[in-house]
Design a protein around this ligand. Structure first.
Ligand code: SAM
Length: 300
């Protein structure tokens, strides 16, 4: 069964008395080459990073299963989390030939990710792959980065390969050398390397979204590569640096750290060798770590 054939999608929807729901960000892929390419991009990186042992993947929002079945063909184990209860019986039919998949009817944002991975998959290497619902892209990506870590700080995830809106993809993958760089780009750079893979035009979805999409992959560092005294402080500094984009770093950051005087902030910035008028968008994640460590010393 070609789950990207519009007739098949409509027949399944009608058979199970359901339809696509805007409220759940449902735009289903109708060009089979795209889920094939997404699954291949996910699996090839996963295997190059973790060549030994079982390979597992978590899919967020399987829909009627067009990406899920490609993942089942590549990975040893697949866990798919779908919020819409009306799609669960459809997935029961479309994935019936696979014995390596578990479908769970949950809101992904409500899961305790660390225990979920432990319970569902144990200690195998795990990646995430999804055509994400656009209305919650950023909370999902941040949840994956922040919560999928073992107690010793090592990542539980190998990579995150996801389709998002192109404009969001440009921000997620930006470096300090580009105009799209912002708090989320800097935060992602702390956890891994984000690369843009390919664009997908609206005509490849049912219903067609208004904007172009892009597939990106975040290749996660298995252990933190930047040393910082307090991650909490790091993310406060990043937030502060981009709080008022048009202002200099010192002015923007002082709006978030009211307990440190502007004079002290200037002293820290110049001590670290930055221009007094520098803006947050010019700073790399390494620079943010150095500033966060100085702030930590001040507020300890
Ligand atoms: N994977 C399918 C495809 O590529 O055709 C569907 C992708 S569609 C863009 C997003 C999917 O995510 C929908 O099936 C939707 O119901 C599901 N979804 C939306 N919010 C969710 C959430 N909080 N947790 C889990 N799934 C969610």
């Amino acid at each position: 069964m070609n789950l990207c054939d519009v007739k098949v999608v409509k027949r399944l929807m009608s058979k199970y008395s359901t339809g696509t729901k805007k409220s759940f960000g449902q735009n289903f892929l109708i060009n089979r080459q795209i889920p094939i390419s997404i699954a291949e991009e996910s699996y090839s990186y996963h295997k190059s990073a973790c060549p030994n042992g079982e390979a597992a993947v978590i899919e967020i929002g399987p829909g009627i299963g067009c990406l899920t079945n490609e993942l089942c063909d590549c990975y040893d184990r697949v866990v798919a989390v779908e919020i819409d209860p009306t799609l669960i019986p459809i997935l029961g039919e479309t994935l019936q030939e696979y014995t390596n998949v578990t479908v769970i009817n949950e809101d992904f944002l409500k899961l305790d990710l660390d225990s979920f991975i432990k319970e569902q998959l144990g200690d195998v290497s795990v990646s995430v792959c999804a055509n994400l619902p656009y209305y919650i892209t950023t909370p999902i990506v941040m949840k994956l980065l922040e919560q999928a870590r073992r107690q010793d700080g090592k990542s539980r995830l190998t990579s995150i390969t996801v389709m998002v809106q192109k404009e969001v993809a440009d921000r997620l993958c930006a470096t300090e050398k580009s105009g799209d760089y912002g708090a989320i780009s800097a935060s992602i750079a702390y956890y891994g390397r984000a690369v843009k893979l390919f664009d997908v035009e609206p005509t490849n979805f049912l219903p067609a979204p208004k904007v172009t999409s892009s597939v990106i992959r975040i290749e996660l560092y298995q252990e933190p590569i930047y040393s910082v005294k307090s991650e909490k402080m790091l993310f406060r500094v990043i937030e502060g640096a981009f709080a008022q984009r048009r202002k200099t770093l010192i002015n923007s950051i002082s709006s978030v750290f009211s307990s440190i005087s502007k004079a002290k902030i200037s002293e820290i910035i110049t001590k670290l060798g930055f221009d007094i008028n520098i803006r947050g968008e010019k700073l790399s994640i390494q620079d943010f770590c150095s500033i966060a460590d100085e702030f930590y010393g001040e507020l300890e």
